[in-house]
Design a protein around this ligand. Structure first.
Ligand code: ADP
Ligand code: MG
Length: 728
């Protein structure tokens, strides 16, 4: 009998909630305690220096190098008071998560060791980080990379280390991270959107990108986790028969949060607040043992840093509570996967949300203008937007259980749809009746107040308009949000630029400003129609329909990535100054490499499970059955024994068939891997992994899951779905 599984189950089952960190302060009293924000700078820096930093944040200007020494020593003073002994440039390479290399503050001074942190160390650090993915950009002779301070994201102290958010670029200036292009994409939208805003309000100086992420995740007890090599090594279960009960009763979503989980959440919140992360919402998600955190939205670069930080904090804090956090997009087959909905919006420095319907004609024309430009951008670049969220992990989630399909479409809701339909139709008069709502006048100069019905929602759409923002739901739970926001901002910036050129041209030909805007808006409404879909995105009918509409329906990650290097995408990236061709190509190389490695690791782990766990256990049980059949023969007359053993014989054959399949397909999978590994081209290798290795993971799993159903439960060595999903 196997004891590891049962020991783990017993341990997990008997666990009590761990007491969360006690504190008597109000959240507002310790919020941002670990962050060197503007308020704290005032206590450590000269007023003029704080002002210079503030300006560099609001205007995106570079901070005067001469101030760096003062900022650095003030920052160090604060950090040492916070208990820090080390500092690190904290950056986001093209792997998952963040990277940091800690250096102590000590230097040799005149009389021995002193604490020192110079402006040079703050502003820029040379990293010998040649092992970070770079897609071949850095040859060994110039393996240097640089990290440089991003003033728009404040430094913070984690335990004994001062963390300085930085960008990460190569010696030759190419970006090797997520933050650099994110900052560029935020700037690109700022410029393009501000120009368009000036049609409506000449006072607008700046348009910011806002992001509100919703982080979904699973929790699994650490003992059970440790008994599952697949979870430990791949972050997802590669096998496991569906539990008799999973989410069909819909009793988990918004249900009472289990005590151990509440304690975990409270600790995460306390930590998050110290780092200035405004967590607002916590709740159960749809699947058993699935949960969510969401903050109050904020400026996109900072919000994304906070999301990166919270993923790290969650992992750390989970250990204290004897849990493991699974951020994988699809840790369990047969139940919901985890997304990270990116709520995205644009807002002006005059306080106007550009996707918020206004109270007067001008504001509403502005609202419609921005909405329709987003529609157009998403329509024309639906393949690229999908590419920005596709990974080996998210591939399992999209299109499965209650996740949007791997086809990008936009949900607008019936009210907005009616307004667009009306605007598009020149033959309609100025009056329209919105279903169940009051009369609304719509004409050239008066797009009236739009009152949105908040219940008009659709959960199946990958990209939904939700009243004052768009919710990009296809983004996966483990993703760096920047990937999606970079793509989205780039295409929207390019679209707004094109829009402005068209409107300006009409104006130069004598058309009035309003008529010119409306003319182009109408044209866009007509053209972008194929991207609008308010129906059920989960149905097969939609896949057929989407194909007819010419939307990208490819579900293979390595091929979807090609959308980054289409002439259209490259032109956008270059025109908007987000990426050079070299950078895009290098990043694609990294994506293909990561994809191949992920499948390779999963394939190895599954072979290991099959050979060292599943087959031995199934064979052992099969031997018991064989012994029983043999004994029947010795006790009963042969014919009677045969009748009595019929079921057992069937079972023996059944087990044998599954074992044979598992062995045969494991061998074939190893061969397929060899073929894939033999390919030198990264793209071809990834495609080969997708087409020729990945399918085996499914079919071998099916055979293993079939064995799980028939083999004696007492012998089964790996924790089952019901244990992983229901013990908390
Ligand atoms: P739902 O369950 O309806 O998706 P949640 O409350 O879970 O909503 O999450 C909504 C997220 O959207 C929150 O992070 C919220 O701060 C964010 N959000 C709200 N308004 C905006 C906006 N204008 N721009 C960006 N994000 C927003
Ligand atoms: Mg939500």
């Amino acid at each position: 009998m196997n004891s590891l599984r049962f020991d783990a189950v017993k341990e997990a089952f008997n666990r009590k909630a761990v007491k969360p960190e006690a504190h008597n302060e109000l959240t507002s009293e310790y919020f941002g305690k670990n962050v060197f924000d503007i308020q704290k700078m005032k206590g450590y820096l000269q007023q003029s220096t704080v002002q210079a930093i503030q300006d560099s944040i609001t205007n995106g200007t570079t901070l005067d190098r001469n101030l760096a020494d003062e900022v650095a020593s003030g920052m160090m003073k604060w950090a040492i008071e916070m208990g820090a002994t080390h500092y690190t440039h904290w950056f986001q390479p093209l792997t998952e998560g963040t990277a940091e290399k800690h250096d102590s503050f000590i230097e040799y001074g005149g009389k021995g060791v002193i604490e020192q942190f110079s402006g040079k160390m703050l502003v820029q650090q040379e990293s010998d980080a040649s092992s970070f993915p770079n897609g071949g950009i850095r040859n060994t002779f110039e393996a240097r990379g640089y990290t440089a301070w991003d003033t728009s994201s404040p430094a913070f102290v984690v335990e004994d280390t001062l963390c300085i958010p930085t960008i990460f670029i190569s010696y030759t200036g190419e970006s090797l991270d997520y933050k650099t292009p994110l900052l560029k994409a935020i700037q690109a939208v700022d410029k393009a959107a501000t120009d368009v805003c000036k049609y409506f309000n000449p006072d607008v100086r700046k348009v910011s990108t806002y992001l509100g992420w919703e982080q979904e995740y699973f929790l699994v007890d650490e003992s059970l986790y440790a008994a599952r090599p697949d979870l430990m090594l791949t972050d997802r279960t590669l096998m496991g028969h569906e539990s008799a009960k999973n989410q069909q009763l819909e009793d988990h979503y918004f249900g009472a949060i289990p005590a151990r989980v509440t304690a975990f959440m409270q600790d995460v919140e306390t930590e998050a607040y110290k780092f200035g992360i405004p967590l607002k919402t916590r709740h159960n998600e749809v699947a058993p043992n699935q949960f969510e955190f969401a903050p109050i939205y904020g400026e996109a670069n900072l919000a994304n840093d906070q999301n990166q930080l919270i993923m790290t904090l969650m992992k750390k804090i989970a250990s204290k509570h004897h849990f493991r956090v699974l951020l994988h997009e699809k840790p369990f087959a047969g139940v919901n996967g985890s997304g990270k909905h990116n709520n995205w919006s644009l807002g002006t420095d005059t306080g106007i949300g550009l996707f918020t319907p206004g109270k007067n004609d001008t504001k509403n024309l502005q609202f419609i203008t921005f909405l329709v430009n987003v529609l157009m951008a998403v329509y024309k670049n639906n393949a690229l937007l999908k590419a920005s969220v596709m990974t080996a992990q998210n591939e399992h989630r999209l299109g499965a259980h209650e996740a949007p399909p791997a086809i990008i479409s936009v949900f607008l809701g019936s009210q907005i749809s009616q307004i667009l339909d009306h605007l598009e139709d020149d033959s309609m008069g100025d009056e329209i009746t919105l279903k169940g709502k009051r009369q609304m006048r719509l004409g050239i100069s008066n797009v009236p107040e739009v009152l949105l019905d908040n219940t008009d929602r659709n959960r199946t759409s990958p990209f939904a308009f939700t009243g004052n923002r768009f919710e990009f739901r296809a983004v996966g739970s483990s993703a760096n949000c920047a990937s999606a926001i970079i793509a989205l901002n780039s295409v929207v910036a390019a679209q707004l630029t094109e829009f402005k050129a068209s409107v300006d041209y009409l104006i130069s030909q004598g058309t009035s400003k309003e008529s010119a805007i409306l003319k182009i808006v109408k044209q866009y409404i007509k053209e972008s129609k194929p991207i609008r879909f308010d129906g059920n995105g989960y149905g097969d009918a939609w896949k057929e329909e989407a194909k007819k509409r010419g939307l990208d329906c490819n579900g293979s990650t390595p091929e979807i990535i090609d959308a980054y290097t289409s002439e259209q995408s490259l032109k956008i990236f270059e025109d908007m100054h987000i990426f050079t061709r070299k950078e895009v190509e290098a990043r694609n190389e990294v994506k293909w490499e990561v994809y191949s490695k992920k499948i390779q690791i999963e394939s190895r782990v599954l072979c290991d499970l099959a050979m060292n766990h599943i087959i031995p256990v199934a064979s052992q049980y099969q031997s018991l059955l064989l012994e029983k059949v043999a004994r029947m023969q010795s006790v009963f007359p042969s014919e009677e024994a045969a009748v009595l053993s019929e079921q057992d014989m069937d079972l023996i054959r059944n087990i044998a068939a599954h074992i044979q399949l598992i062995k045969r397909e494991s061998d074939e999978m190893v061969e397929a891997r060899k073929v894939a590994n033999g390919l030198t081209d990264g793209r071809e290798k990834a495609i080969s992994y997708h087409n020729n290795v990945l399918p085996y993971l499914g079919s071998i799993r099916n055979a293993i899951d079939a064995l799980e159903l028939v083999v004696d439960d007492g012998m089964w060595s790996l924790p089952k779905y019901r244990e992983l999903l229901f013990i908390r």
